[in-house]
Design a protein around this ligand. Structure first.
Ligand SMILES: *[C@@H]1O[C@H](CO)[C@@H](O)[C@H](O)[C@H]1NC(C)=O
Length: 572
């Protein structure tokens, strides 16, 4: 942090003495940061400054110490509790919004996760909701008074709409995104926008516009990406619920890194509007989705959006309502839900997860086996996913990053190392990208793989699949590259949720007896050192088949209740 202050001073010096020499991108970035800081300074009461050099690795308690008792109490309730108190008039929307604005301001000082707060818009909305409540004695909708944060590239009317690329900072969204309109009509209060990495294509969150967002549980580690600002903000309890986007793991990785519940639906169920760069590219489809501190808000988010029939406005969406019928109905004789058949993929056969991830899988599987009347666990053996994943990255970066590189050139902005890595990883072409024939070949590989995987799943008779989110918990800054565990399900278009299980502690010390197979497996193995990841949340992923969005969330709820998850709460 000290280093970055020095470089900022140097940058300012440069401007004073040789302003003609200051690259355009640096001027844009400085403007954005001043704009962000000005928005934070309008939070009342004002947020005190902190000395980054004096901060501990885990800043949860630091955040608490900078807030009033009541602010801590409000911001540490679950969305469900908050919605209950708001709906019964025991808390006002203004009170709740102010508490989250304050904690978001504190979060910015501690982990650098905010691109701007919206105190005027949020408090005007909150006041409107309170007036409505006083007049009608009932909430306006299922999200009455709940503050919701959004990743910066999800359009908010009149505000910048970029992919964390300096040349796009001046692009202004003409309207609120459909999701923001629908949630707003249901009573949600949009109050904060959050950081994302350059081009959105990183599993960490670094951009030249805003710098690096770090993990509140251990500032030496990454918050994940690309919805990393959301992950860090919700992780530090500066937001009860946020909207992220996921095309390779961008909701699931930051949710996992911050001990949160995150959901990547099947594409074409929620309004998308993801175009920021490489518009029109459709080899792999992204989707928006919710992230929260507890599980219940994820289904509430989905059912509320679906109840508004988003497919009427957006004809690219499937007109499927949120189907509430149970996949695991309770048998009145035993009082237990229908038995669930759970496949376990311990690793992908390519990159072996670090010991804490394997420990979490073992703990969950052991506990499921001890509830043999409820769960039947079967090993779902790893395959060689190399050909499929080459097609995945080849389709996602079909232009070899050409579009982003051209955008960066406009302002002389340097490419961030992890953005560069995305473009040159195995499977991707050199700019300007594939010929049409080569692109079709990769689409054919994708279709074939989807059929094979579906057949294998059916043969195994699975309800859901349990697997890692990544081969590492929150990675050390600058090291997170491997995305197969999440991207596999973008390629397959299967819905997937992540959930917290435990946290890294003394149990993960000791020698890890594993001989890596070279390449990325070796690179990942060499990053392991129990001490470096201390306090990091450990999370896992639960997957169901395409269009089984309702089923995967219900299954997770059944598992969570039966097993009493998480086994260790990282916030404690
Ligand atoms: C955290 O990072 C700092 C600065 O790089 C380093 O000096 C320190 O040893 C790290 N702490 C741990 C526990 O790895």
């Amino acid at each position: 942090m000290r280093v970055s202050i020095i470089s900022l001073v140097l940058a300012l010096d440069c401007m004073a003495y040789a302003s003609a020499e200051v690259p355009v991108w640096q001027k844009i970035a400085l403007e954005r940061q001043q704009y962000r800081d000005a928005s934070i300074s309008r939070i009342s009461p004002r947020i005190p400054n902190v000395q980054p050099a004096n901060l501990p690795l885990n800043v949860l308690n630091t955040a608490r110490s900078m807030l009033t008792r009541q602010e801590v109490k409000i911001t540490e309730m679950s969305s469900t509790e908050l919605l209950g108190l708001l709906a019964s008039g025991k808390l006002t929307a203004v009170e709740v919004t102010n508490a989250f604005l304050r904690r978001a301001g504190v979060a910015q000082k501690l982990v650098n996760c905010i691109t701007e707060v919206l105190p005027e818009r949020a408090l005007a909305t909150a006041k409107y909701l309170d007036d409505y409540y006083r007049k009608h004695r009932k909430p306006i909708g299922p999200f009455h008074g709940l503050p919701i944060s959004v990743k910066e590239h999800i359009g908010v009317k009149g505000l910048t709409y970029n992919a964390a690329i300096c040349s796009k900072a001046g692009d202004i969204s003409p309207d609120d995104h459909d999701l923001i309109k629908i949630l707003g009509a249901a009573g949600a209060v949009i109050y904060a926008r959050t950081t994302e990495p350059q081009s959105l294509m990183q599993f960490e969150t670094h951009s030249n516009l805003y710098g690096t967002t770090v993990n509140p549980f251990n500032r030496n580690l990454t918050c994940g990406g690309s919805s990393g600002g959301e992950g860090a903000l919700i992780g530090i309890r500066g937001s009860p619920l946020g909207i992220g986007s996921d095309i390779g793991g961008s909701i699931r990785v930051p949710s996992a890194n911050n001990g949160l519940y995150g959901f990547k639906p099947t594409p074409k169920r929620l309004p998308s509007g993801l175009i920021a760069v490489a518009g029109g590219s459709d080899g792999i489809e992204g989707t928006l989705g919710p992230m929260s501190t507890t599980l219940e808000p994820l289904s509430l988010f989905m059912s509320t959006v679906m109840a508004a029939k988003p497919w009427v406005n957006d004809l690219s969406l499937l007109p499927i309502p949120w189907r509430e019928e149970s996949h695991f109905p309770v048998d009145p004789a035993t009082g237990k839900p229908r038995k669930m058949r759970v496949g376990v993929m311990r690793w992908d056969g390519m990159v072996m997860p670090h010991p804490p991830v394997t420990r979490a899988i073992n703990e969950v599987v052991d506990k499921m086996k001890s509830h043999g009347d409820q769960f039947e666990v079967v090993e779902f053996k790893d395959e060689n996913y190399e050909e499929a994943m080459d097609a995945m990255w080849g389709l996602l970066f079909a232009d070899g990053g050409d579009d982003v590189r051209n955008e960066l050139k406009k302002t002389g902005e340097p490419i961030s190392p992890l953005t560069e890595y995305s473009f040159i990883q195995p499977g991707t072409p050199k700019p300007p990208g594939w010929t049409l024939q080569q692109l079709w070949e990769r689409k054919a590989v994708k279709s074939k793989f989807q059929s094979q995987y579906s057949a294998k799943w059916q043969a195994a008779g699975l309800d859901v699949l349990l697997c890692p989110v990544a081969p590492v918990v929150a990675g050390r800054l600058g090291t997170t590259k491997y995305g197969t565990y999440t991207a596999l399900f973008n390629l397959l278009e299967y819905p997937a949720a992540v959930f917290p299980v435990s946290k890294v502690d003394e149990r993960d010390n000791g020698v890890w007896k594993y001989t890596p197979k070279g390449g990325m497996d070796t690179e990942n193995a060499m990053l392991w050192d129990a001490n470096a990841y201390k306090g990091a949340p450990i999370s896992l992923q639960l997957v169901a088949r395409r269009f089984e969005d309702e089923k995967v969330l219900e299954a997770l709820s059944v598992i969570q209740k039966a097993l009493a998850l998480p086994f260790d709460d990282p916030t404690k």
